[in-house]
Design a protein around this ligand. Structure first.
Ligand SMILES: Cc1ncc(C[n+]2csc(CCOP(=O)(O)OP(=O)(O)O)c2C)c(N)n1
Length: 334
C-alpha cells in the first residue's frame, strides 16, 4: 500500500492520513457486522427486548469520533451502538449488556439503549428522544470550568429537533461559549413519519438563530464528516463556542428490529437507492481503491478480522452469566 510521506493537500502527513482513512473503513465495517449480529440475535429470539440498528449511518459516528480525543465526551441515543463502538467500547461487553449479562456495561441492567462507558468518555445512550442534550451541555460546562480542554459531542436524531430543551441548551452554550458540538443525524424519519411533516423551516436555521457555527454535511461520506467535525471540534476546543453539524444520512433497517413492513411509510425503491448508491462503506472503499490506499485483498482481510472479532464477542456474551437475583435493586436510583 501507499507509503508516501509527502504532505497532503490539508498539510497533514499522507501516511498518517492514509492510516486514518483505513481505520475509518475498519470501524464502519465493525459497526455494520455488530448490527448484523444484533439483528440475528433478535430474530433467533436470543435477545430480550428490541434494538435500533445504526446500519447505513456508520460514517457519521466514525467521522465524528475519529476527530475526537479519547478523553473527550459523547452522549448518544436509542440508536447508539455505532456511537459506542466508534468511541472505543468493546463489542463483548456491549453484547453482554444487550443479553442482560453481568459482564455488560451496566451489569446487564440497562440493555441496548443505556450503554455508557466512562473509560472511553461515553456518558451514555439515552432512550428519551433529546434526553442527552442537557447531559452533553452540562459536561461541556464542567469542562470549561475545569479548563481541561475536553470537548463534548451530543449525537441526536432529527426527531429531537421537536424537544424544547435543545433550544434552551443551545442558547446557554452559545452565551457561555461552551465546548460542545451538537450532531443532528438526519436519517429522514422520526419513527414512521418523514421529518418534513414535523420540522418547519430549516434544520441549520434552528442553530444559527442562536449564533452557533452550523454546517450540513453528506453523512454517507466519512471523510466529509470527519473534516467538518474536526473544524467544529477544534473551534470549540479553542474556546470559540459551540457548533452544530447536520449529517444527512439514512437508516437501512426499520425504526427498530421488529419494524419489518415499512412500505406504508417509505418505499422499497428509496431503501434500494440508499443501499445501492449511497452506502458509506462502499463509497469509502471505492475512494480507498482509487487512491491506491487499499485493494480487494485488504478489504477481505478487514472483513475477516471484523467478523472474527464480532463472532467472538457474541460467543463471550452468550456464555457469560446473568447477574444474581439478589443484585436486582443494586445501582437502581429511581
Ligand atoms: C421524549 C420521547 N418521546 C417519544 C419517544 C418515542 N420515540 C422513540 S424513537 C422516536 C423517534 C426518534 O427519531 P429520531 O430522533 O429522528 O431518531 P432516529 O430513530 O431516526 O434515529 C420516538 C418518537 C421517546 N423515546 N422519547
Amino acid at each position: 500500500m501507499t507509503t508516501a510521506t509527502s504532505k497532503s493537500r490539508a498539510g497533514r502527513n499522507l501516511a498518517t492520513e492514509n492510516e486514518l482513512w483505513l481505520r475509518a473503513y475498519r470501524q464502519m465495517v465493525r459497526i455494520r457486522f455488530f448490527e448484523e449480529q444484533v439483528n440475528e440475535l433478535y430474530t433467533r429470539a436470543l435477545m430480550p427486548g428490541l434494538a435500533h440498528l445504526y446500519s447505513g449511518e456508520e460514517a457519521v459516528a466514525v467521522g465524528v469520533c475519529e476527530a475526537l480525543q479519547l478523553d473527550d465526551y459523547i452522549t448518544s441515543t436509542h440508536r447508539g451502538h455505532g456511537h459506542c463502538l466508534a468511541k472505543g467500547a468493546s463489542p463483548d461487553r456491549m453484547f453482554a449488556e444487550l443479553l442482560g449479562k453481568e459482564a455488560g456495561y451496566c451489569r446487564g441492567k440497562g440493555g441496548s439503549m443505556h450503554i455508557a462507558d466512562p473509560a472511553t468518555g461515553n456518558l451514555g445512550a439515552n432512550a428519551i428522544v433529546g434526553g442527552s442534550v442537557g447531559i452533553a451541555t452540562g459536561a461541556a460546562f464542567a469542562a470549561k470550568r475545569l479548563g481541561n480542554r475536553r470537548v463534548t459531542v451530543c449525537f441526536f436524531g432529527e426527531g429531537a429537533l421537536g424537544q424544547g430543551s435543545l433550544y434552551e441548551v443551545m442558547n446557554l452554550a452559545q452565551l457561555w461559549k461552551l465546548p460542545v458540538l451538537y450532531v443532528c443525524e438526519n436519517n429522514l424519519y422520526n419513527e414512521y413519519t418523514r421529518y418534513t411533516e414535523t420540522t418547519a423551516g430549516t434544520i441549520l436555521g434552528r442553530a444559527t438563530a442562536f449564533g452557533l457555527e452550523a454546517t450540513a454535511v453528506d453523512g454517507q461520506d466519512v471523510r466529509a464528516v470527519y473534516e467538518a467535525a474536526r473544524r467544529l471540534i477544534t473551534r470549540a476546543r479553542s474556546g470559540d463556542g459551540p457548533g452544530f453539524l447536520e449529517a444527512d444520512t439514512y437508516r437501512y433497517s426499520g425504526h427498530h428490529v421488529g419494524d419489518i413492513n415499512r412500505e406504508y411509510y417509505r418505499s422499497k425503491q428509496e431503501e434500494q437507492h440508499w443501499k445501492g448508491e449511497r452506502d458509506p462503506i462502499q463509497l469509502h472503499g471505492n475512494w480507498l481503491m482509487e487512491h491506491g490506499i487499499a485493494d480487494a485483498k485488504l478489504f477481505k482481510q478487514i472483513a475477516a478480522e471484523a467478523s472474527r472479532e464480532i463472532e467472538a464477542a457474541v460467543k463471550f456474551a452468550m456464555a457469560a452469566p446473568y447477574p444474581s437475583p439478589d443484585q436486582v435493586d443494586e445501582d437502581v436510583y429511581a
